[in-house]
Design a protein around this ligand. Sequence first.
Ligand code: ZN
Length: 326
Amino acid sequence: MDHRLPATREMAQEFSELFVNRRAYTIQSMRPHPESGRHYYYRPKPRDGGEPVAVTIETVRRHLAGELTIGIYAINPATQRCKWMAIDADYKTALEDLIKVQRQLQDDGIEAALEKSRRGGHLWILFETPVLAREARIYIYHVASKLDVQVKGTGLADGIEIFPKQDELRREEFGNAIRGPLGVHWGARESRGWRYWFYGADYKLEDQLAYLKRIEKVKQEHLQRMIAGKAIPQEFAQHARRTECPKYFHSKAGEFRILEYVEVKRQAGRNWITRCPSCAAQGNDRSGDNLAISVEEPRKYCCWAGCTKEMIRAALGRPVSDRRLA
Ligand SMILES: [Zn+2]
C-alpha cells in the first residue's frame, strides 16, 4: 500500500496555521534503529554549526505528502504560549480514556479532534489565539483528575501524556515534540509507513484539513473561565514547575549562595538535585545526584553521602570560617 499522497502548498499553509507554533521541529527516522527497532525523532542538525534548521512550508508539504514525518513542539518560548494542546494515549484502555476526556471537554463547550494512533490516539484541542501553556495544562490536569484518568509520570507506567509537557521553557529549550497530525508513522507494521487519520472526516487529506479548519477553536477567555481559581493539582505540581530559575527570596550582599556554585540538574519533589561538590572532589557521586537543595529555602542543602556543610563549602573554595562570607 502506498502511503504517498499529493499535497499542495496551500494545504501545508493551512496545516501550519493550525499546528506550527515555532520553527524548530523534529523528523522521524524512516529506518528503524538497528538495536531497538524503533523509529526515533531527531532535530535536524544545522550545517556547519549555523542557524538552527527551521521548518518551512515545503517541509510541511512533504509531511502531508508522506515523504517525511515531522514532530512539532507545543510551546513557543518567546511567548510561553501554545496554539494547540494534545493528549497522547497509548495503552490498552487508551481509546476509552480519550473518549471519556473528549466527552468531558464537550460538556465544557470545547470541541476536540480525535486522531487514531497505533494503540490509542491523540486528542487535539485547537486555540483561537495562542494561550499560555500553563493555563492549558491547568485545565487538562483538572479534567483528568475529575475523570480519574491516569496521567503518565506520577509513578505509573500507563497514562495519558499531555503536550505541552512544560509550563514554561527557557529560550534555548524545546520541550517535547509530538508527531505532526496526518503524518506517516514509519514504525507501523502494516506497511512501510502508515497514516493515521482523524475520526471526524473522510480519510482524504482535503477532507481532514477542512474538518480541522472547521472545528471550533477555543477562545482564551473560555479557557480562563474554566480554570478560574485553579492551579495544577498538587500531585502533578513537581512535573510542571520549571527547574531553571531557583530564587532566594531575601539575601544579603556577599552571602554564600550554593546555587551560584552548582548547576541544578533536576527537581525531585521539594528539592533541586545535583552533584555534590565535596563528593565530586573525591571522584565520587558520578551519577550527580547526591546534593539536595531545598526549593523553598535554597540556603538549606545536604549531601546524601554525608558530606558536612563545612566540607561542601571547602570544596567550593568558600570555607565557612571565612567570616566575610557568613
Ligand atoms: Zn557529598
